[in-house]
Ligand binder design. Structure first.
Ligand code: NI
Length: 255
């Protein structure tokens, strides 16, 4: 089955031992494309390197809310420089994460998020949004930038929140969570979101779908996400594969 992984972290240290081997296998196994997303400045630098080295890799550059303290003028300038590579197709992952208490204070996160949304608007690039337990504040900031679109990755909100994101022109990103036995909320969201606004992603090394739950994730496993979405929508998996590939290509401007 053909797959485009719309959100991966192959720069993660859990791939240090066998990264090149895994990437070679992905290509061999019908993975048409991978958008590797930076989480820190270093992750963004590594994402660009991976994308420049591997023809089917693309990069998103940005700083995750966990590292919001590092979003300063100097580092925004560095991200802007990285974005000059023609393999950089998005700003991300950026957003808000109120789940972990040790994360930077909300105000620091919001300001870092807004600064990077401004960058995306200036560079005319889509955004990869991370939102955990911060739906309302995330939405408020997305609304400040009506010119910008992107994807709310690893979506964890309600149907109502999904509708509001769709209204703003955003795509909804589905991970292995949709295959989990106790998944109800995200299954309901999958019923509601039109196929032409869905993206599929690993968020690897995390979020592996059943039957690999808890293991190191990789792009081939997206097959299980596609099959689950097909089952939910009562359509053919090939259709889900085809449409999600076309969606991500459109979002990040691949011919
Ligand atoms: Ni991620």
């Amino acid at each position: 089955m053909k797959i485009f992984d719309s959100h991966a972290h192959y720069d993660d240290s859990s791939f240090d031992e066998d990264r090149n081997k895994v990437i070679k296998e992905l290509k061999h196994n019908d993975i048409l494309g991978v958008l590797n997303c930076g989480a820190s400045l270093q992750g963004a630098i590594e994402s660009v390197k991976l994308a420049e080295k591997n023809d089917f890799f693309y990069a998103a550059v940005g700083i995750h809310p966990e590292y919001a303290y590092t979003v300063n003028n100097e580092n925004i300038l560095k991200i802007r420089q990285l974005a000059k590579s023609e393999k950089v197709r998005a700003i991300g992952e950026i957003g808000l994460d109120y789940y972990y208490e040790e994360n930077p204070p909300k105000e620091v996160q919001r300001s870092a998020f807004i600064n990077q949304m401004e960058l995306a608007r200036d560079l005319n690039l889509p955004v990869i949004i991370h939102d955990r337990d911060a739906h309302k504040d995330t939405l408020d900031i997305l609304k400040m930038f009506p010119q910008v679109i992107g994807v709310v990755h690893c979506f964890s909100g309600s149907i109502e929140f999904a509708r509001q994101c769709l209204n703003l022109g955003y795509y909804i990103g589905f991970t292995g969570v949709v295959t989990f036995k106790n998944a109800k909320k995200i299954v309901d969201v999958a019923k509601e979101v039109p196929l032409d606004r869905m993206l599929v992603e690993t968020d690897c090394p995390y979020m592996a779908p059943v039957p690999y739950r808890g293991k190191r994730n990789r792009s081939e496993y997206i097959e299980y996400i596609i099959e689950k979405i097909a089952e939910i929508k009562e359509i053919n998996p090939e259709e889900v594969s085809y449409q999600t590939i076309s969606n991500i290509k459109k979002l990040i401007n691949i011919k």
